[in-house]
Design a protein around this ligand. Sequence first.
Ligand code: 13P
Length: 258
Amino acid sequence: MRKTIIAGNWKMYKTIVEAIELANGLKRELFDLAGPDEIDIVLCPPFTALTEVFEVIINSNIGLGGQDMYWQDEGAFTGEVSGKMLKDAGCSFVIIGHSERRQFFGETNETVNKKIKAALKHGLTPIVCIGETLAEREKNMTFDVLKEQAHNSFKDINAEEILKTVIAYEPVWAIGTGKTATPAQAQEAHEYIRDLFVKLYGEKAARALRIQYGGSVKPENTAELISQPDIDGALVGGASLNIESFSQIVKRASEVKK
Ligand code: 13P
């Protein structure tokens, strides 16, 4: 049984005051839901609000994640934040290789690989994003892209480490567009990704690996997506910025029995 994981990627939204308000509201809505043994609920606010959000959710059933990190622990790297610093701020998770970082900030599979290794070194669970663009899907390149991203991002990472990792399949064409992959399209990609990991790490590790779906997840489509056999959770953007919609997503996901 793979534990469901629902993470909210707040991207570049929320001032500190707004972040505290959102975290408080979610804590209130979700306090009586299953604890971290049954479902992982993760908030990924911007760096500026990490400490304050941590103070709100400490000792609750909600965990904290960063949205990116640098692979060095410290040094003259203006503008960067390290895994050591995320850990210090209360994080247990970190998103790595989000398509927006690949698209706008020069993230590559090679830098993703270094970041995964650094995150694991600091005891952070990396949520590693992979996914194809619309042009790649239309050219029937989806599987090739996923294969290349998986192979290169996880270079030299062993089976034990892979179990401490979460994959997020986020088709770029479904991010922020309101265009969700159909449950069948998402399941097809997730199954393909799991098979890739079977080849890389063997049946046992790949069957235990959690693969989240991301891209226009809303309360209305959560249950159907999470019911798919290889979809183990959701990485939510827009709908995670609101108390009602994110708590509904978490509640609906927690009701899915597989
Ligand atoms: P949306 O849910 O806004 O489509 O964003 C998905 C995403 O990028 C999560 O990381």
